[in-house]
Design a binder for this molecule. Sequence first.
Ligand code: IMP
Length: 199
Amino acid sequence: MKIIFATNNAHKLQEVQQILGPAYELVIPRQCGVTEEIPEEQETLEGNALQKARYLYERTGLDCFADDTGLEVRALSGAPGVHSARYATQGHDFEANRQLLLRNLEGVTDRAARFRTAVALILDGREYLFEGEVRGEITTAPAGEGGFGYDPLFRPEGHEETFAQMSPEAKNSISHRGRAVAKLAAFLTEHGASYKTDR
Ligand code: IMP
């Protein structure tokens, strides 16, 4: 089954493809002629995921899904949250975001945090939402080379390693996105979804 996934992040594409498995072939917006940046201007993860999926559906008329993720840190009242991508700058600068997070948590002992992902699916014109989360804590220094974004600073509950120190399979099996996408996959399988590229 082919389905459009609203992302230009190669790393995320690979992660989600791995979670969904070979039964699904992910198509990215530019392969359907959508080359402009897809707007995400809402104040919630669910709102952004829906906005992106609706935009793609309006442009292509094809079944599609979009996700939005936020890192919510308890001692920062849930920040950076929906603003995780542009925490330090407007430019999706992972390194600057990590440094700002560490600075804002300097001397703070409560390091509790969670990643939360919302996935919006539009299937045959109907909208569905799925959610996934993983609890953990923010380390005091980065560790690990894998993953992306805040991965070197996030240690999931019950683990000694950060996400960036884990294999992709280990991260996907417990991650926010892994859990949300697993729900999406179960739904698609259950509904026997079919996608025709010539619609
Ligand atoms: P997005 O909505 O998936 O683009 O996520 C927003 C921001 O959250 C990204 O720019 C990353 O900084 C961060 N983020 C999302 N997913 C992950 C993850 O799996 N690990 C670490 N950081 C992530």
